[in-house]
Design a protein. Sequence first.
Length: 766
Amino acid sequence: MPLPIELQDIFVNRQKSYKMVLILSILEVMKETKERQVSMLKVRERFLHCFQEREAKSLKVDGPPSQVQATRWSDVQLSRVQYVMNTPIKALADILDVPNDQYTIGFKPNIYNQLNEQQLNELCQFTLDEMELYYAQPPSSFSLRQDLLHIMDNYLQAKTQPFANHLLAQYMRRTIPKHIESLKFIYNYFQVQGSVGQGNWANVPWIAIMHRQVTNTTQKGLYVAYLFAEDMQSVYLVLQYGVTELKSRLGTRQAYEQFEQKAKEIRTVMPNTRMNTTDSIYLGESNYAKDYAASTIAHFKYELHDMPNNEQIVDDLWDAVEIYLSYVQYANLVPNNEWDGEVRVEPQVSVDTDESESALTIRDIEVKETLQNIQEYITQRGFYFPELLTYNFYLSLKSRPFVILAGISGTGKTRLVRLFAEALGATSDAGNLQFNLIPVRPDWSDPADLLGYKDLSGRFKPGPLMNVFVEARKPENRRKPYFVCLDEMNLARVEHYFSDLMSLLETQQWLLENFTQQYDGVETKEIITAPLFLKSALDTVEDQELYGGFGIPENVYIIGTVNMDETTYPFSKRVLDRANTIEFNQIDLSQLPSYSQFAEQLSTTVPVEHTFLRSDYLQIIDGMNSHKELIRRTTDRLVKVNEFLEDIHAHVGFRIRDAICFYMIYNDRFNLLQEEDAFDLQLLQKILPRIQGSQIGVRRVLVKLLRFCLKQNVVIPSPLENDAAFWKQWSRDGVPPEAHFPESARKLAYMIRRFDEDGFTSYWLS
């Protein structure tokens, strides 16, 4: 049985490994006593023993916090352990019950009553797995100390030079935030942003770490930041509450008074900390310097000529982030009307930065969690799709930006695309083309219906897809994913109106270029294609600038929905080779959506960078260094399959081999499916749709493929044998033979049965 939903996300916000060790300690004592409430003293003993045991074995371990006044766990007194445990206990206040006397601790009754012995063991294993994943993360490959010193050593000289596209500005906006984002305690609910000013050099440059549910701007809300003094002789790591918007609304004096009261409230509920909460900071004499100083709640100070080592600086940042998270969790911090309101925004000119964007970069280790959030988002909107389908849809898009969703009408194909896009921040609001539904018309006969055409006056009239391309390639949109849903794609012949786009997809290649305006001068790999229209093919200068000389933008993903019935056209192998075809035919009408208030609080749309979906491999050589053995195993399987397909001239080429290998690599990188399950889906989606016909050779190939899918040698009846029992086991209620690739085996059995009954078979028969 699955864990109660209240326990499934308890490690999303992590205070080092303290939460995990606390849960393990409570569970160990519970197993001994069989009681809901257990001795706090025994839990403290287990908690300390766990860290001391790891330390003695020279395993990775989080050191004790400064409050216990020890550098090693072997030196920590048991009487001081409660100081360490208080933070994770407060973080887990929703599920843990601690009486006022603090002699006992346990799960709250509503949680405990849902747990049986099996689930307690499952919670224990879940915690151990999380801790193993936590400690498996590699150490940082950069020095935060050197990053800070680099800014302090060079900023004053940089201020004497032109602002636009300066290398130090790029370092501050891009390099340092990416370094901080790679730290293991900076998870995807944080936005890290660096600033050296907008249009002109700032007197006080900063790097901010903001919780996305609290604030996305330093002008209001609580956040952690590095603030550099105007003379560059010191830098402060601060916990502060933005006052810029409040000052604009109330004036400086009243805003400072209100903030001082707010700061006192925050300090009273903060856990014990090494951060300075009494002294003021000094950044300089500018208005911004004074505002930042007034809004600081706690701080660490670093001097240019007395900078601590990198380990200490990273540990200080970790402590600051934990204090930030503890207040967010304990106080249920949300934007407060008292601090919001109409504000006067100063005009901004000559902005060469995209720092206003909040698109999230998803790391490999966070992909599975992100997909689970998408799944939860879809469920909360009243629709149910299996988790496997969400993983498969994502891997298919990642492998190639063209996916086909097939099945009977009303199964939610279009809804899946829309909700998946919405969960990633791509909506279809007025003026926003990040999600665009384009109904295909039966009279479409050439690419002009999608891309556009020249009218009689020579002016170019863009089609609906061209409008999306133009929007997606704008500098401010280059990092956003754009989803295009071609609804009822096969009402017209896909080979006719989509042929140019399919050809262009084959011209994808890497371009290494300096994107000065778009990416702040950082060298970034971009996927480009041959142009949709040469500039020379367009008559006016305006059309040439808007529509000429560019190909399919790398941040556009095209999904076609199709129904296979008498009103539609079948697909050619040319189309099938270029897409993953996901079928929606097995419908469980008894599955009803569930509602979870707890989940709804967590599941919100989170804008992501297009790199979450963009392909990382264009040729098989791109993945050989990191996944050579996986590519070899996958290729060996495909060679065997190709031997069967050659008999009916349906064998596949390098394009399909590469696409399947890419799918397998992504699946392995993101740890989504078992290897055999992933290959099963690729066999189902890339190979079987190619097979159709009435020749007896088609049946022989289907039989060979079915045997290839099964784990044991099974006698498959001939067409002359009416073996109803054999075919019944493949029905939904039956128990088919054990298979390496069960989904493909089920489809193959269906195709063979159709051949025997009708003398013709196809993947698409419904």
